[in-house]
Design a protein around this ligand. Structure first.
Ligand code: NAD
Length: 459
């Protein structure tokens, strides 16, 4: 059995890949299980050397890897290149920090030497890494790189919409010295994911939608398996009345439309202080009008196609619902194509929180902008969501931003920026945005189990 990879920009079939049915998934699990102890027992230097080689190969082949990514998910080529550049920075971080985080620690010693207490960091064992398509190099490497460095074996299920990239990841890791049975790609859609979660794995690290994350957490209930869920967002930005309007509008528009709005931390709701609302909306629309939608292989393209066919209908329904409830469409509002599936960059005003577009993840190039009478109202609006991935405030006043952001329920907060991820900072969500974290030192430690050593030199 195979599934088709279709270029979302053109509708052309570009590959057919094999589906791992349940029996194949179980066989892959057994292979990983027998290979993992030897990988964990190898010196950390060997694992670091493999990831360093992986980093070098990915950098050397960045242009062809970017092209594969653009062909299968439709990401504009300049943005695919950026993703590969960002990958390099993440790998540098993991390589530098892993030795410190994974080192055994002496935490206490009695003066007379009679007692010592130490902590070692044991790998979890076999890790299932179920991934999303929108930043496959980022969200994948946030998991499989530290998991491998910590001595785990990884069963890696890329999204069915980014499996060619998933196979490139596997090719480069294997060439770098990670054994075939230690990093094992598992291909297919939801049924393959279900079969993977059914294996007696030691950890499930999932990146994707809230709906799928909830299904996985239900499937794991009662199994005492470590679970991390990096889910969606409905990320707000609040623009205060003391900003440089044109600069703020340009930055927030980029946060809303970069990657064609298909980022977990895309700006999904904009609140603007009422005193500058009209000026901000004018500047925002002027910025969006400069975005070129078109061939993702063209360097000048900023807006690409909608990767998952089903999402175009979600966007259409959100716009129709908003219109029916009184919203005005200032730009866009319609599908484009065929060929391929596209949605025009869309800006809505006269929106409110009764509308799906202000409550449910859009995950596409559609944004609503709403006035806020003051900072307190803005905080209430920002917090009026089930999600809590990121939130941003624009103002030159650092103290004002701090006061606002301290009250916002969100894993990451931004002052004068948005749609940003740093390898040095933990990436986590509140509420429907997930549990657990990746990145930062804690995002390495999370792939380990602490073992407590109580050592007395006599009884
Ligand atoms: P999705 O939930 O549709 O799919 C994610 C993965 O889960 C895919 O590999 C899919 O095949 C698999 N899957 C589907 N059903 C499954 C099941 N029943 N059991 C096990 N696996 C199953 O999400 P998507 O469309 O790939 O990604 C978009 C979503 O991911 C958005 O909501 C976005 O916000 C979120 N996301 C979050 C982050 C983050 O870091 N928080 C990063 C990227 C994307």
């Amino acid at each position: 059995m195979t599934f088709e990879v279709v270029n979302p920009a053109t509708g052309e079939r570009i590959a057919a890949l094999p589906i791992d049915a349940a029996a194949a998934v179980a066989a892959k699990f057994e292979r990983a299980k027998s290979a993992q102890p030897r990988w964990a027992a190898a010196p950390l230097e060997r694992r670091l050397a493999a990831i360093a080689t992986f980093r070098a190969l990915a950098a050397a082949q960045a242009e062809s890897l970017a092209r594969v990514l653009t062909l299968e998910v439709g990401k504009p080529i300049a943005q695919s290149r950026n993703e590969l550049k960002g990958l390099d920075a993440r790998l540098a971080f993991f390589l530098a920090e892993a030795p410190r985080v994974l080192a055994e620690q002496a935490v206490h010693a009695e003066r007379d030497g009679s007692l010592e207490e130490r902590i070692s960091h044991e790998p979890l064992g076999i890790v299932a890494n179920i991934s999303a398509w929108n930043y496959p190099w980022f969200v994948g490497s946030n998991v499989f790189v530290p998991a491998l460095l910590a001595g785990n074996a990884v069963l890696y299920k890329p999204s069915e919409f980014a499996s060619m990239t998933g196979l490139e990841v596997a090719r480069l890791l294997h060439q770098s010295g990670v054994p075939d049975d230690v990093f094992v790609p598992v291909l297919g859609a939801g049924a393959t994911g279900t079969a993977l979660v059914a294996q007696p794995v030691d950890g499930v690290f999932f990146t994707g939608s809230f709906a799928t994350g909830r299904r996985i957490s239900q499937a794991l209930a009662g199994r005492m398996v470590k679970l991390q869920l990096e889910l969606g967002g409905k990320d707000p930005v609040y623009v205060c009345d003391d900003v440089d309007v044109a600069a703020a509008a340009a930055s927030v528009a980029d946060g809303a439309f970069y990657n064609t709005g298909q980022s977990c931390c895309s700006v999904e709701r904009i609140y603007v202080h009422a005193a500058i609302f009209d000026a901000f909306v004018d500047a925002f629309v002027a910025t969006v009008l400069t975005y070129r939608m078109g061939d993702p292989l063209d360097d000048a393209t900023y807006i690409g196609p909608i990767t998952r066919p089903a999402q175009a209908a979600v966007l259409e329904a959100q716009v129709a619902d908003a219109r029916a409830r009184g919203a005005r469409v200032l730009l866009g509002g319609h599908r484009a194509g065929p060929p391929g599936q596209w949605f025009e960059p869309t800006v809505l005003v006269d929106v409110d929180h009764t509308m799906a577009v202000m409550r449910e993840e859009s995950f596409g190039p559609v944004i609503g902008i709403m006035p806020a009478a003051n900072d307190d109202t803005a905080v209430d609006l920002m917090n009026d969501t089930e999600y809590g991935l990121t939130a941003g405030v624009y103002t030159p006043d650092r103290e004002r931003a701090r006061r606002i952001l301290a009250r916002v329920r969100s894993g990451s907060v931004y002052w004068n920026c948005c749609d940003r991820v740093s390898p040095r900072l933990p990436w986590s969500g509140v509420g429907h945005s997930g549990i657990g974290l990746t990145l930062s030192r804690a995002g390495i430690e999370t792939f380990t189990r602490p073992k407590a050593w109580h050592l007395r030199n006599r009884c």
